[in-house]
Design a protein around this ligand. Structure first.
Ligand SMILES: Cc1cc2nc3c(=O)[nH]c(=O)nc-3n(C[C@H](O)[C@H](O)[C@H](O)COP(=O)(O)OP(=O)(O)OC[C@H]3O[C@@H](n4cnc5c(N)ncnc54)[C@H](O)[C@@H]3O)c2cc1C
Length: 433
């Protein structure tokens, strides 16, 4: 009886990023009729690719790394038959570089338990020593005890007496990469949660990257699964308003008015507030990606390298990550992308590009002028962790906003998938009432 009730229900999902796609798949699997509305011409949201005519390639807005702890994402990609589009490290390896020490690695030995291998790997880095071992032990003890309040990572680490070398070479790169916030402003409780989950064991600690552009590796398989399950997708269709009326949800979208039994709002907080007519301020952080294409450029020593003390924080060798064989075609260019997380935007345009090109030249020892450069700055890449006001939604409207609170996961692929799943569950319970 209940299954019949939900099967006859029609649900609208607003937002065709990872969160909306996940919610659509989860509800369609349970027999609910789904209409998915996406404002942009294509699905994908912040995990999207665009065609770059200068190099005739699909290019991602920015490279996306996955962690072995992304269990919900991994399960979803398995379900969509897309797991082979990810390359996983055998065991964690963070390749790092700085001006004085050159290349070095954070690489815990896979034969030892991670709890032992990690402090030893830190100890083995140049300019590190015994104080790293005590620092890791202190950190491990504190991870479960950090208060879920506004405390930021920097004072939390300083209070524990974590040495500067550990902060600079391990914790800051991780904080910027995962939280998209510097140590000074990132929330300590959320960072502690990320560290707890990411360093639970060797399998979780390893990193993965896509071997094809995001649109092909991630979005097309998920969209294909959604279509196969009967989801109706409306791209280029912005939802202008949504509200409850006599137990139904009435939605005004670019292609007309629609009525549903419920609607899931799968949007970043900024877009959700705009849709609901709220002018609450929302703090977001920018990520800038400087894509560069070089002729006759050898591969980087590792597919991604963290720069310590550099403006460019991570240098990704996209050609290596995508396993492109440049030797087969002499005029194929090497694609390197430099990522600046939590970019304050003070340096931009030509001066920023020149700085990054010179850092790359010092890192590789090869000075080359790129054939082509494209900077993609995502101004609202992630919603900051904060005490976002809890706006009560009208009946039938289901909240899947990206609005992380202290102690919750930061805005990542995994948190988008989890939000989509949780919203689908709440929606199903609502329909079954
Ligand atoms: C450059 C960059 C690098 C990143 N790197 C990583 C990484 O390495 N690892 C990681 O885990 N995460 C990373 N992230 C974060 C990750 O991409 C996001 O957290 C995730 O994609 C968010 O998905 P979402 O579905 O919640 O939101 P979105 O992807 O923003 O989807 C929301 C969708 O809603 C649509 N929309 C907005 N308003 C309306 C409306 N009124 N009507 C209809 N549609 C609407 C938008 O067009 C958009 O497609 C990165 C993000 C960026 C920008």
């Amino acid at each position: 009886m209940q299954a019949k009730k939900t099967a006859n229900s029609r649900v609208s999902i607003i937002g065709g990023g990872l969160c909306g796609l996940t919610a659509a798949i989860r509800l369609a699997r349970r027999g609910v009729q789904i209409e998915l509305f996406e404002a942009a011409p294509a699905l994908g949201g912040r995990t999207r690719s665009f065609f770059e005519p200068h190099v005739q390639q699909q290019v991602d807005n920015g490279p996306h790394l996955l962690s072995g702890a992304y269990e919900h994402t991994i399960a979803l990609l398995d379900e969509a038959g897309a797991s082979e589009n990810i390359h996983w490290q055998d065991t964690l390896r963070l390749a790092l570089w700085d001006e004085s020490r050159g290349y070095f690695d954070l690489r815990p030995a896979s034969l030892l338990p991670l709890a032992l291998a990690l402090p030893l790997a830190c100890y083995a880095m140049p300019e590190h020593g015994f104080s790293d071992i005590t620092a890791i032990l202190k950190l491990a003890r504190q991870l479960k005890q950090v208060a879920h309040d506004k405390t930021c990572v920097k004072p939390w680490l300083e209070n524990m007496g974590i040495n500067q070398a550990m902060q600079r070479d391990m914790l800051e790169p991780l904080c910027l990469g995962i939280m998209n916030e510097p140590l000074e402003t990132a929330n300590a409780a959320s960072f502690a949660r990320v560290l707890r989950e990411a360093f639970a064991n060797h399998k979780h600690a390893r990193l993965g990257w896509f071997t094809r552009p995001l649109s092909e590796a991630l979005i097309e398989p998920l969209a294909a699964l959604a279509l196969q399950l009967g989801v109706n997708v409306h791209t280029g269709c912005r939802v202008r308003s949504v509200q409850s009326d006599a137990g139904r949800v009435v939605m005004d979208a670019a292609k007309g008015k629609h009525t549903f039994d419920a609607a899931i709002i799968a949007l970043p907080l900024r877009a959700a507030w705009k849709l609901l007519g709220s002018d609450e301020p929302v703090h977001t952080r920018r990520i800038s990606n400087i894509h560069m294409w070089f002729r006759d450029m050898p591969a980087l020593v590792y597919p991604f390298i963290g720069g310590i003390g550099t403006t460019g924080q991570w240098f990704f060798d996209i050609s290596s990550q995508m396993q492109r064989d440049l030797r087969k075609n002499s005029d194929t260019l090497r694609h390197i992308c430099c990522v600046i997380s939590a970019d304050d935007g003070q340096l931009h345009g030509q001066p920023l590009q020149e700085k990054i090109i010179s850092e790359l030249a010092r890192m590789t020892g090869i000075a080359r002028t790129p054939e082509f450069v494209r900077t993609v700055s995502e101004h609202h890449a992630t919603t900051c962790i904060a005490a976002h006001p809890n706006q009560a939604l009208q009946t039938g409207l289901i909240n899947a906003f990206e609005a992380p609170q202290a102690g919750e996961l930061p805005a990542t692929i995994e948190s988008a998938v989890q939000r989509g799943q949780e919203a689908a569950n709440r929606c199903y319970i609502y329909l079954s009432r």
